[in-house]
Ligand binder design. Structure first.
Ligand code: UD1
Length: 395
């Protein structure tokens, strides 16, 4: 077995909810690799882009991620403020730590901010989930993806279409590594633990007399920042909820917009113990606080259908074989449509309704195929590729 010499230090960056399930498997894979002789020192940097317990700490707990070595405590702000503050704070950490590598994941503001700092300090950058493109530059994440990929040295892609996107943008083939979808590593890990979740029994009173339920997640600016759009989406889903209760863990951004726009009447709100709040029975849409990963996956795994504008949920539902209705005009994850269970409807009520009716029709085949290398072994593949770059020639 080859030995690492000298020990290499990797700064692993996470900032927002969808990052945590992407770095957890990597940290576990580094530990396993170290147990087999590698000498990698992972240093976890949490930018603090997400700071609420329900968007952050609960994922560290559910996924067994060690406490971050650094928490930059950045918090919310406009895109420029948030990105700029992350860059300034991360530069200090990168200078003091002098790592061999910076690893970033996904497409959030923390991803581009830290990649840019590292690139300017001539520290190699590894990007996990590289190459995804919605071809929609009105999405802040699309800009983050394009720029992060442009300055990364190791581009780890989840699907072949991502390789193709990178090649078309002129990225050298030797920087691109098709390794599969790292989120699936986390999903497979948590699926072994869903028997520990109490969420189904806590929601028992609401779900008991129904044969099934649907789930909703919404947080994209394109759905929640405009009153008329949000009202139309909630109105449509409220109609559909007559057939089936809908569980809606509400992102803080969406909760604020629903409140500011006076649209709360569409939703029956549950408290932190999942009891219906006094005087509430507005509809069969049940608004709950954001959920941790264990509880969320437990509910998703049994849902009849899921409405979402998230990226990761399109992928998770494909693996779980749950029909997914994506309330966006496009997706950067086309394999979830061509191979998986995903239907893109935008926020047009007619299209949403049609997709819902098809999804709940008896005989509708939900499990299609699981994309290549979405097999729960992506993180070890990444660690092996990266470690080999830092191995000395000695055996
Ligand atoms: C961010 C990511 C998005 C990802 C999403 C998952 C970017 C550009 N967007 O969007 O890609 O899908 O995370 O959640 O990076 N807030 C809280 N508590 C928190 C964090 C945020 O209340 O812990 C509220 C604040 O009002 C904040 C708003 O949510 O202004 C938006 O947070 P922000 O991190 O800017 O973007 P998200 O919408 O969460």
């Amino acid at each position: 077995m080859k030995k690492l010499s000298p020990a290499s230090k990797w700064l692993i960056v996470a900032g927002a909810r969808p990052n945590f399930m992407k770095i957890a498997p990597l940290i576990h894979a580094i530990r396993e690799s170290n147990a087999r002789n590698a000498r990698i020192s992972p240093v976890i940097v949490h930018t603090g882009q997400h700071y609420d317990k329900v968007l952050s700490q609960i994922f560290f707990d559910d996924l067994g991620i060690p406490e971050p070595d650094f928490n930059l405590g950045i918090g919310s702000g406009s895109h420029a403020e948030q990105t700029g503050r992350i860059m300034i704070a991360f530069e200090q950490v990168a200078l003091a730590q002098n790592p061999d590598l910076v690893v970033v994941a996904g497409d959030v503001n923390s991803t581009i901010a830290c990649a840019l700092v590292a690139a300017k300090l001539s520290i190699p950058v590894a990007h996990i989930e590289a190459g995804l493109r919605s071809f929609d530059k009105t999405m802040p994440e699309e800009i983050n993806r394009i720029l992060t990929d442009r300055i990364s040295d190791f581009l780890f892609t989840p699907s072949r279409d991502a390789d193709e996107n990178l090649r078309k943008e002129g990225i050298a083939a030797e920087k691109i590594f098709f390794v599969g979808n790292i989120m699936v590593d986390s999903l497979m890990l948590i699926m072994k633990h869903i028997h520990k979740s109490r969420i189904l029994s806590m929601l028992g009173k609401i779900l008991d007399h129904h044969t099934g339920y649907a789930m909703i997640t919404l947080h994209r600016p394109s759905n929640v920042d405009d009153k008329r759009t949000l009202e139309q989406v909630l109105g449509c889903i409220k109609e559909l909820s007559r057939d089936m209760p809908m569980l809606f863990p509400v992102h803080p951004r969406t909760a604020k917009q629903i409140n500011d726009f006076g649209l709360g009447r569409n939703i029956t709100w549950l408290d932190a113990d999942y009891h219906i709040m006094r005087g509430q029975n507005a509809s069969n849409i049940y608004g709950l606080p954001p959920l941790g990963y264990l509880d969320f996956v437990t509910l998703m795994a049994r849902a009849k259908v899921i409405f979402t504008d998230s990226g990761g949920i399109q992928e998770e539902s494909t693996v779980l074989g749950i029909p997914c209705i994506t309330l966006r005009e496009n997706t950067e994850r086309p394999v979830t449509v061509t191979e998986g269970t995903n239907t893109i409807t935008g926020n047009d009520p007619e299209k949403i309704t049609g997709a819902f009716i098809r999804a709940i029709s008896p005989g509708e085949k939900s499990i299609r195929s699981i994309p290549a290398l979405w097999d729960g072994k992506t993180a070890p593949r990444i660690v092996e590729i990266l470690a080999s770059k830092y191995f000395s020639a000695q055996s």
